[in-house]
Design a protein around this ligand. Sequence first.
Ligand SMILES: *Cc1c(COP(=O)(O)O)cnc(C)c1O
Length: 353
Amino acid sequence: MNESFSLNSLLRDNIRNLVPYSSARDEFKGEASVLLDANENAFGSPHSENYNRYPDPLQHRVKQKLAHIKGVPAANIFLGNGSDEAIDLLYRAFCRPGLDNVIVVPPTYGMYEVSANINDVTLRKVNLTPEYQLDLDGIANAIDKYTKMIFVCSPNNPTGNSINRQDIETLLVNFKGLVVVDEAYINYAKQPSFTKELAEFPNLVVLQTLSKAWGLAALRMGMAFASQDIIAVFNKIKPPYNINQATQNIVLEALENVEQVNEWIKLIVAEREKLSQALMQIEQVYHVTPSDANFILVKLEEPRLLYNFLVSKGIIVRDRSKVELCEGCLRLTVGTPEENITLLETIYSYYNA
Ligand SMILES: *Cc1c(COP(=O)(O)O)cnc(C)c1O
């Protein structure tokens, strides 16, 4: 156990003392036939589905279903307008602008840094090792009394590998702030989710999303799993109706199709392995990072020129060749079998020209 962790002392004073907005839907819960408390249009909405009523601010039905799928109690779930909202709320709840700092471990997801900059919070970068694992000594040296959070993305974007579980546990045990484990790609990983460890680590926040394996990027729904106390902080400061009714309705429907999603995950993992193997056969490919995600980081010859060639053929990948520790690399999302064949053939034609 992390004896020295105190959520209350980690919180910003203004958030601890905040009187949250109380919405009409907060103040009255239950069955009623005449709703005259929220200044809505009682006649309806100009759409075949009625959206005239404000949505459930705490998304109880969606959380119930997610609790069942994820094996995490609904009380330990926060839903955000994408994971990005959860990231931003963490900064706003815990980091005093101009005073506190957070640690990120590049190369990693860019939003942690953008959100830090928006919130005027200092970012301390401790690069991953050349094997794309945590530099625990470097992290320990970077921590001071103003360090509120450490962001660890696992499987990591853009490298695709999982971060050693024991190293994350070392952070959880020793760090007095929050350890945020971003599991946007966990569905493609061999490793189990850290959501199973919530009871053990009061300073753990796990982020997941419906944007990747669930195929719902356009709906914007991210999940944070954490202690009930941390979830209460999210709920206290979030915009009251942050998940709109259309999204809640569609997500409820989509969550019925777990089997379809699991089938896609299997297909994508199989395609990822095929694509990795094929890439490794190419003479101009120097390295393929073993991936636990739905994308592959590939180090190869003339990355920028290949990138441009692919664009000219209507194929868009991510150029990471100028990113520190990803020098010379492109990040390739695993597509359908047809798309992956098109990608490979286009790469062959570039190098054989
Ligand atoms: C794609 C991605 C997300 C998802 O963000 P949403 O706002 O939920 O769409 C989160 N974290 C990482 C590392 C990602 O790559």
